[in-house]
Ligand binder design. Structure first.
Ligand SMILES: [Zn+2]
Length: 113
């Protein structure tokens, strides 16, 4: 089930998707593109190294030593990371690690605790 947006021109809710990436409003004839990033957001899921779904606020464990750039030390395997925040990008977890501060991790290097 997908929810169709109301027409931005006349706020009609009789809009439909024409199957070619456009929403169409039959009342005023307005056409506008289906936002690709909205669709991507709905489909995007974060999974840990074992394939478990991750959610904002989860606690995860680092599964391998992660060397920090710029000589910032190493986050050891087994380090617990609380209250993660999922973000878009190559490093898709924002978090704070005791002793290191705010940083970004890759979901493939953590496991849900
Ligand atoms: Zn309309």
């Amino acid at each position: 089930m997908s929810t169709l947006p109301a027409c931005p021109a006349c706020t009609s809710d009789l809009t439909y998707e024409d199957g070619a990436g456009l929403y169409v409003c039959p009342e005023c004839g307005h056409e506008w593109p289906v936002q690709a990033d909205t669709a991507g957001e709905a489909a995007k899921v974060w999974r840990d190294a074992s394939g478990n779904l991750l959610q904002d606020g989860d606690t995860v464990t680092v599964i391998k030593d992660l060397k920090l750039k710029g000589g910032g030390g190493t986050v050891k395997q087994g380090t617990k990371v609380k209250n993660i925040r999922l973000v878009e990008g190559d490093h898709d977890i924002d978090c704070k690690i005791d002793g290191f501060g705010a940083m970004s991790l890759k979901s493939e290097f953590v496991r849900k605790a």
